[in-house]
Design a protein around this ligand. Structure first.
Ligand code: ZN
Length: 402
């Protein structure tokens, strides 16, 4: 006698789901009763979401790396500019010193020129006095020419008319004129040199302005890069949080799935606590065991107990426990009882003709739960006896015998 419906995975998962739900969590039941297909697509969605976040994380990390590389490059470039700027400033400092020195030389030459000029003027005055005396009663025209001469140079130009000027005066003024010309030449050379240096300084000024503009631009680029990096860091931080949430959601899905899915054929060895009672006193035939013909845990995963004329025979609690909320049919068990033994073990008694305990009731070991029948997906009177350990089906024959 087979429990056909229990071979239906959908029904099974729904049942297992319900098993894991405590009496108090009854409102949750509906959620877990949804078909496995829905749960799978939900997991797929969760994992897809997780994958999407992972991809975004990788993209963001790549973007960040690229930005940081740009930042490092830009900083290196800016350091180069800073070094150039420092060099230019140093050059300008040296050049300014040179200019200052040349200016001092020029001022000195100017002072020298002015000194000679003063001497010339002095001599000119004296000469003028003498000429004036000489010509007091003489050629007034010549005297007027002389007196109207504005400078020693002009006077010298008119010298041919001044016959009475002594050779001494003439030589003195010549020497002074020559000295002035010589100093002026020297001054001109210094001034040319100063112009050159000043031009070089102007070039440096231009260069400094150019570098300053580049530094400014570099600072702007760096500020933008820093802002972008900050933005991507925040993005990454948000993604990390999303990733943790997505991972938690997937973990939770699996935690729920395993808690409710239980064995699903993958049976773990469960410790026997000993002292379990045979659940069907007087009925001692086994028509289906936990294992299939190949010796593997079967999809059925339970013990079917039957014997001729077993209909109406007693079904008792193998251990003391609390009657769990029964799910409505059609999950294949027909009228059934689920007992929670409080230590991870749950026992299920299916296909009863009737039951005499109700949800939430505490029953002692050996207490009658109901009677053998053939309700639900059953082909004849038998007891479907199932043992679960933390939701996983385990071999009932580890615990019960007769
Ligand atoms: Zn069965």
């Amino acid at each position: 006698m087979l429990c056909k419906a229990l071979r239906n995975k959908m029904v099974k998962i729904a049942l297992l789901a319900a098993m894991a739900v405590s009496v108090a969590a009854a409102p949750m039941l509906q959620m877990y009763l949804t078909p496995a297909a829905h749960a799978a697509s939900s997991l797929e969605e969760l994992q897809q979401k997780q994958e999407e976040i992972k991809q975004q994380q990788e993209e963001t990390k790549a973007k960040l790396e690229s930005l940081k590389a740009d930042q490092a490059q830009q900083e290196e470039y800016k350091n180069t500019l800073d070094q150039q700027l420092y060099n230019v400033k140093q050059e300008k400092y040296v050049i300014q010193e040179r200019i200052d020195s040349l200016d001092a030389q020029i001022r000195e030459k100017q002072t020298q020129i002015e000194g000679r000029q003063t001497e010339i003027d002095h001599n000119f005055d004296q000469l003028g006095q003498r000429i004036k005396a000489i010509y007091l009663a003489g050629e007034t025209t010549t005297l007027e020419v002389l007196l109207h001469a504005g400078s020693a140079t002009e006077l010298m130009d008119n010298m041919e008319v001044v016959q009475s000027i002594t050779e001494h005066d003439r030589q003195l003024i010549d020497r002074l004129q020559e000295a002035i010309a010589s100093i002026k030449d020297e001054k001109a050379v210094i001034e040319a040199s100063r112009d050159e240096v000043a031009a070089a300084k102007l070039e440096l000024d231009k260069k400094q302005a150019e570098i300053n503009a580049l530094v400014e631009e570099s600072n702007r680029v760096l500020a933008q890069l820093n802002a972008n990096i900050e933005e991507e860091n925040q993005h990454l931080h948000a993604l990390d949080e999303q990733s943790a949430e997505a991972a938690a959601a997937v973990n939770q899905w699996f935690a729920q799935y395993y808690a409710q899915q239980g064995g699903s054929g993958n049976v773990v060895a469960a410790p026997s606590t000993g002292g379990w009672l045979w659940p069907a006193p007087g009925t001692y035939g086994i028509t289906s065991t936990f294992y299939d013909s190949a010796g593997r845990p079967s999809a059925h995963g339970a013990l079917d107990i039957s014997s001729g004329g077993c209909y109406g025979n007693l079904i008792v609690a193998t251990r003391a426990g609390t009657v769990m909320n029964a799910m409505p049919d059609p999950y294949g068990y027909g009228i059934y009882v689920m007992l929670d033994h409080g230590d991870g073990y749950v026992t299920i008694y299916g296909h009863m003709s009737s039951k005499i305990v109700s949800a939430g009731q505490y029953v002692s070991q050996g207490q009658t739960l109901g009677y053998i029948g053939s309700t639900g997906y059953s082909t004849g009177p038998h007891l479907h006896f199932e043992v679960r350990y933390y939701g996983r089906q385990v071999d009932p024959q580890q615990f019960v015998g007769y």
